[in-house]
Design a protein. Sequence first.
Lengths: 296, 193, 799
Amino acid sequence: MDFLRPASWEEALAAKAEHPTAVPIAGGTDVMVEINFDHRRPEYLMDLNRIGDLSEWEVGEESVRLGASVPYTRIMENLRAELPGLALASHTVASPQIRNRGGVGGNLGTASPAGDAHPALLAAGAEVEVASVRGSRRIPIDDFYTGVKRNALEPDELIRAVHVKKADGPQQFSKVGTRNAMVIAVCAFGLALHPRTRTVRTGIGSAAPTPIRAKAAEEFLNAALEEGGFWENGKIITPSVAKQFADLCSAACNPIDDVRGTASYRRHAVGVMARRTLTWTWESYRGARRVTEGAA
Amino acid sequence: MRVNFTVNGRPQEADDVWEGESLLYVLRERLGLPGSKNACEQGECGSCTVRLDGVPVCSCLVAAGQVEGREVVTVEGLAEYARQRAEGGCATGACGTSLQNAQQWEAKGTDSQTGEGTELSPIQQAFIDAGAVQCGFCTPGLLVAADEMLERNPNPTDADIREALSGNLCRCTGYEKIMDAVRLAAARQGEAV
Amino acid sequence: MSSPNGTPTKITQGSQTKGGIGESTLRPDGTLKVTGEFAYSSDMWHEDMLWGQILRSTVAHAEILSIDTSEALALPGVYAVLTYDDLPTEVKNYGLEIQDTPVLAHGKVRHHGEPVAIVAADHPETARRAAAKIKVDYRELPVITDEASATAPDAILVHENRDDHHAGHVPHPNIVHRQPIVRGDVAAARERADVIVESEYTFGMQDQAFLGPESGLAVPEEDGGVHLYIATQWLHSDLRQIAPVLGLPEDKVRMTLSGVGGAFGGREDLSMQIHACLLALRTGKPVKIVYNRFESFFGHVHRHPAKLHYEHGATKDGKLTHMKCRIVLDGGAYASASPAVVGNASSLSVGPYVIDDVDIEAIALYTNNPPCGAMRGFGAVQACFAYEAQMDKLAARLGMDPVEFRQLNAMEQGTIMPTGQPVDSPAPVAELLRRVKAMPMPPERQWESSEGADVRQLPGGLSNTTHGEGVVRGVGYAVGIKNVGFSEGFDDYSTAKVRMEVVGGEPVATVHTAMAEVGQGGVTVHAQIARTELGVTQVTIHPADTQVGSAGSTSASRQTYVTGGAVKNACELVRAKVLEIGRRKFGSYHPAWATAELLLEGGKVVTDGGEVLGDLADVLEDEVVEVEEEWRHRPTEPFDLRTGQGNGHVQYSFAAHRAVVEVDTELGLVKVIELACAQDVGKALNPLSVIGQIQGGTTQGLGVAVMEEIVVDPKTAKVKNPSFTDYLIPTILDTPTIPVDVLELADEHAPYGLRGIGEAPTLSSTPAVLAAIRDATGLELNRTPVRPEHLTGTQLSEG
């Protein structure tokens, strides 16, 4: 095993081009467990901690450019207004110690369906900025997850940042685990209201081979909200609409039975979380509408 | 490979480090600082918590090569770290002392006399006084985490304490005496100000 | 303490000396533990030491066709690779009671993770790479995973040609031990019953999950022996099993207790002890072995999972008529402590209740599941979960309050156990229930705040699953009974060596035992006992090793009773000798030396009226008084193999719990709000430590109620969750406040009247939480742990 310590982004890309099998390590949450338990012996480990740029974020007009290594703790503390869904999701990640080091880049790189950031990124709408010596590109989050623990990265590419749309409405994130802290998701659900486009987006974790959106549920809800004039009149969403939305979110799942939970429980729980997060976000939207234009 | 970094205020050099080694292994097996504990090595227990550039992290999840040029504080340096903080000094400390003492427990006198002769940080003293130590394997990690929480939040609610320590497993105490210890340290800190 | 001269009231030994029994003195190892200097077994280090690594079976049941170690041996940095063929003597097995466990697999593996070969190398990574290069050719065999497959007519025998002392009386060779208990006339009593409740219960496999993984350092010695620094619960039991395998006399295997990172039963069996010694002796170098958490799940026995079938009857006015039960414990591939667990499960299966007519059977199976043995509560835990569920069901059927129903049937001093043994010390079962019920209830909806719901105080916690939706509160009660000490005729003794001398003008006592301090605080209590009995303030606790006689195991809630008793006894003998020296030297100067009852207080010899006769320093001068003596509790008897009758237990311990939970009934998530406990401790030698034990035991019971379970695949007998990622133990956010009400009713047979306390709180905690969840949900819940699936009707696979 060799340990690569690129001091800059350019050096990192060059190293990755030269050694495409190099495994990038930043927060170490996934990589070090695999090494400690002898599940993986990469030829090269590439430390990204020395590239300061990866731990920085910029709040722009439309979106936030979030460096791949910005620790979850920073997201929770500093980006609650701009990225409320991701901030909530960040708060559910593992333990305070892990949140102090881990960032969204690790979740994306591992692309485990259980990664906590995915549902929030899917619901908010994000693009993943990746780069290689060949240049950089932005991958829409909907195209990023390609299979179980597989993503759209080329072997010579590294994840540099994610660009997440600033919230224009309330967002929520909910995750079921069998412990009240420090737990991997049995399943998770993210929901974002986008009043500007009058759309709702969702994200589901750990209930399919990859993180997914419940597109049929979104389409149903978008239509129902439009039809009833809900965005304008701010009425309470009828229970039958909420139930239909929840059922469609459940139906979007393609879960498995494993040691963390049964498929049938996951489907059930996603439905409950969908209904609850819809209620919370909609109540928040109605409240904000009554008072003034504003944050979630 | 060779790794140079600062531990408890002292520059340290580790040689012949295997690239897959964790910071935890280097501290324990190469630098003679076994205070940070190896309970799960997967970031699920907090027993190996140290401060890396001031931030509490699981040292089992830090690759040794990642600490090059950085500052680490372990439980062995906690008392000195807290002392310097109280004096407004910088965050450095001294190394732990010999392990030979561990071979012999001396039970002298009563009550708080067990702390005699050793300078302890307020959180360390509170853990002893409140009965928060049983087997003690989780204790170093909890101390580092609790000390950092009290640094950020001198007047924590019970829910704040529980949240801040939710990454540190304890199997002996049922956490009640740990809660007592943190409350005690916070109260004493408040009195001292 | 100043001299109590002229005090008219009679004083008793130790009452005038500070830091004695009854005070919450602080741990003598506390400072070392908070500074990181306390040397746990995994912290040991030696110049030139090698690292040991164990290769474990990847399948649960298979013949080993061949093992090829050549590639591993060829790896640079590898010093030794050993298999069964390298074992030096004819003794190749070990075991606590039945020597059925191979040091290294021979021809066959019987469970997933069984040790097959061991490696010593210069770095842990070299050792791991070498282990990975060992080629083992397995021919897989069908797996035995439950009673049906174990006792099927064509079942493969897990152990062929059994010749152990239980082999002759068990109904099938795949049954380790069977203990029936019959008393009274169940058929007749059943006729009197107005209601009958019958249910089958399931208890999942729990892990001790001590935080300090198995580890130790073996150092070869010049005389051909070996010195093992080890974390264990019982040094001498380890020694008895290790020495014959090494082919060394016991005095050439020196053992020193290193720091122990928790135990809870999981260190009663050997783990890496023999392996480290074999490698050290083979290579001539010190060898350290440290399991990681994955390996730890395979490196020690677990709590027996159990199926329990219970039938109880009761009359309309709420009196229990009879009980029938059958308890099937899965012992896994090797016997470990299974026979004793069977004895406990059967003899305590009635719980702390009066039932004259019982028909009880408990068995432990041999299967290809992970071996199970000792864990805190030891057979009584599984039974308590089931009989307490039965009590709630009976109370509900009778329309009675569940606490009143229990109190109506509660045992008391004088009650005859199903084994025919009278309970001859206080058994305040009804009183404990009264006390725990009388504690104030925690306020409702504590999660509400001015800023909305505080999710940290709701089911689901930080995961943000509810802001109050679906949340229902429930309350449940339970009480349990646990035996203290080793039972069934075992010669349960301990040894203490106590020395008194003058150092720097001060009298100092040194207490030397082989007691394993595993965190429970025995070292604190030994110092307190020495102060009380010898009237000194300075006490040194000598490190535990095999240079002194056996202390027995740190288990069965027995150490304060038995080793505490041994220390008390040795101190009394030392005191008598010191007074004898005093009489010899000063007897002629004061008549009180001959006539009064003399005590040692505050470093002086005083009369029971408080008159000071002299300083201990003057009495002793240069003399050193030292006594090493064994001490036993009252003898017990084995249970009759047919009827289960016999005075099998020496003491019982009782605790009661009230659980208050909030359940998110839609998502099936549970938040325990409070877990109040009342326990009789006889005499609290160190109240702070007593409460710590009760809170810790309570939390382990909570864990197995709502999250902790080792999941074994029934098709392959392989463990599916050997990690802290998927074997979850409670965090501080899962653990509620645990108010404790300590009752002290002395047991006149025990030292200071004390009662062993470590295990009882683990018993009743689980059923109390389950009862509270049932109260909140209305579900029957005959299985623990309860998973969200069980609360939401989603436990079955789709399709």
